[in-house]
Design a protein around this ligand. Structure first.
Ligand SMILES: [Zn+2]
Length: 409
């Protein structure tokens, strides 16, 4: 059993397979083989039968079905163990492509990914998304079009579209963004507004949840079953992976780390509460702090460039910010005891200048048992992490429910 399979899909539960009825059983077995072949490396029908406990005739017929769907390819011959040389089969990672949209509060990103997580194209632009929905939706379409032109891949080759939004999303009703955080979007039906063909699978989720998913599949969280991803951008969001799954809470609102109260007497936050973490660690309060130190950075990128030039005031701003963030992360550690905490977003580009004081603060303010086996790291996936996670959510759905996605087209 490959590590990639076990980490992403868990240990095979044969008894669950046997409980299903016949049609369901065939679909589940098809999904099981699809995931096994996807996880690689190239294999044979006999190995698949051995690994899954399915009969060789079932494996042959299901693999033939996957070949007919163009998801699996035959590829030369393997080594004989006595008789005829077996035919090797492998996943066709370019059978379809997935679009990942990163709708931020102040930027838009569009990414095209193959079925193995390889980024084919990526485009990002600043955009006043929070206040200008019509402009943001138009920009999304423009970037999508530009990606088709550059990649020579068109919409008919898409399997689906994953959409990351800077708002909590109710799994029961993903059409609307939170009026608290995105008031200009409150009457916009996102599914309608995005206007994708109905045969495309569309997955919409909170951006930090999708960042967490990307880290577990492709980034610094690989092999990890308990993880927190913290997105440090215009605001602060966090996504939790608990027992290998994204944890959304009852109504989809889990992970609002930015609204943990750090100072009960503090400034009013965009959410209406007072002294939230976001009033210290969001991009605007950091820039305000920088101004009070005599720095004139117009955005976080500029502040971090000043830091990299070795400016001591910039270092002081980031250190102070790291300590405030550390207060919230220490509580997060005590509550969740994650194996890894991964920081993404622009502020994470401050790297060790942020990490060192943050780790120090977390160590001194959380229980030893909560942090002794945990690490705090910055993301290795860079600015693409959220869009990559959005596309990955579609891939995850395709590999767990292939009939509903691959058979619809
Ligand atoms: Zn708040």
């Amino acid at each position: 059993m490959s590590d990639r399979y076990q980490c992403l899909f868990g240990i095979l539960d044969q008894s669950a397979l046997h409980r299903a009825d016949k049609a369901q059983l065939r679909d589940q077995n098809l999904a099981l083989l699809l995931r096994k072949i996807w996880a690689g490396p190239e294999t044979t029908r006999a190995s698949l039968a051995r690994d899954t406990g399915l009969s060789r005739s079932s494996v042959s017929s299901l693999v033939d079905e996957l070949i007919d769907m163009s998801l699996v390819q035959e590829r030369g011959e393997g080594i004989s163990t006595g008789g005829r040389k077996p035919t090797l089969v492998q996943f066709n990672y370019q059978a379809k492509y997935i679009l990942g949209l990163d709708i931020g509060a102040s930027h838009i990103g569009v990414l095209l990914m193959d079925l193995n997580g390889q980024v084919i194209h990526w485009k990002q632009e600043d955009c006043p998304v929070r206040d200008q929905p019509a402009q943001a939706l138009q920009k999304l379409k423009d970037l999508e079009q530009a990606i088709y032109e550059d990649s020579h891949i068109d919409q008919s080759q898409l399997l689906g579209v994953g959409v990351a939004v800077p708002s909590p999303i109710s799994p029961q009703n993903p059409r609307y963004l939170s009026p608290t955080f995105m008031p200009a979007w409150q009457d916009i039906d996102l599914i309608k507004a995005l206007d994708f063909p109905q045969n495309l699978t569309l997955v919409i989720d909170n951006d930090a949840n999708l960042g967490a998913l990307a880290e577990v599949w492709w980034g610094a969280g690989q092999g990890c079953h308990h993880l927190a991803f913290i997105k440090l951008g215009t605001g602060i969001g966090s996504g939790f992976i608990i027992d290998g799954k994204v944890f959304r809470g009852y109504g989809g609102s889990a992970g609002e780390l930015g609204h943990m109260v750090i100072d009960p007497e503090g400034a009013k936050c965009v959410c209406g509460l007072q002294g939230c973490l976001a009033t210290f660690v969001g991009s605007q309060p950091i820039l305000d702090l920088a101004h009070s130190f005599g720095l004139n950075s117009s955005d976080l990128k500029e502040l971090i460039a000043t830091l990299k030039e070795g400016h001591p005031k910039a270092r002081e701003v980031i250190t102070k910010t790291a300590y405030k963030l550390g207060l919230a992360v220490a509580s997060l550690m005590n509550m969740m005891n994650p194996e890894r905490v991964i920081l993404g977003g622009e502020l994470a580009l401050a790297a060790d200048t942020l990490l060192h004081p943050l780790r120090e603060c977390v160590q001194s303010r959380s229980l030893w048992s909560s942090v002794s086996n945990s690490s705090i790291l910055t993301s290795t996936l860079g600015e693409q992490v959220i869009a990559l996670g959005a596309a990955t959510a579609v891939l995850q759905k395709a590999l767990t429910q292939p009939k509903s996605i691959f058979m619809d087209r």
